[in-house]
Design a protein around this ligand. Structure first.
Ligand SMILES: [Cu+2]
Length: 154
């Protein structure tokens, strides 16, 4: 092989390396997730498991134990029909119950207009933090008045 051929091959290899490194660096830049506050009762085990799950998913979570927070739910658009065990606040949104992390991240990235938050009503057995076998469940989006729409099925 000529020296010139060798040089251009080397240049191609270096370009690929740099390209690969750039791509890798771009993909590994963590998305800045806003801090999350979770309000739950002190004795709620599945709430604590959801908090651990969200931390594993990259969220910085602070926890506030309260005996009673129905008023807090209602004043944030969480109707009785949408209610679950814990209520979380992140990036200006309300997350009610065992909502999967990827949907919270999607909400934070998309910032859809008119949406106050997401809810996984009740405590679906197969939801994260419940971690049991169970049927599919529905995650709803809701507005400040508590009007809800299907957001995702899991
Ligand atoms: Cu729960």
């Amino acid at each position: 092989m000529s020296n010139l051929g060798r040089v251009s091959r080397l240049a191609a290899a270096v370009t690929m390396l740099i390209g690969g490194a750039t791509l890798t660096a771009w993909h590994s830049v963590p998305v800045a997730l806003p801090p999350m506050r979770v309000v739950k009762s002190a004795t709620c085990g599945c709430c604590a498991k959801w908090v651990e799950y969200m931390r594993r998913e990259g969220f910085t979570v602070s926890v506030e134990d309260r005996d009673q927070f129905t008023d807090l739910k209602r004043s944030n658009g969480v109707t009785a029909a949408l209610e679950s065990c814990h209520t979380a606040f992140v990036g200006g949104y309300v997350i009610e119950g065992h909502v999967p992390a990827d949907l919270v991240k999607k909400l934070l990235a998309d910032k859809p207009a008119g949406i106050k938050g997401l809810a996984a009503p009740g405590m679906p057995a197969s939801a994260p933090g419940m971690d049991m076998a169970g049927p599919h469940y529905t995650i709803y989006s809701f507005d400040a008045q508590g009007h809800s729409k299907v957001y995702a099925e899991r």
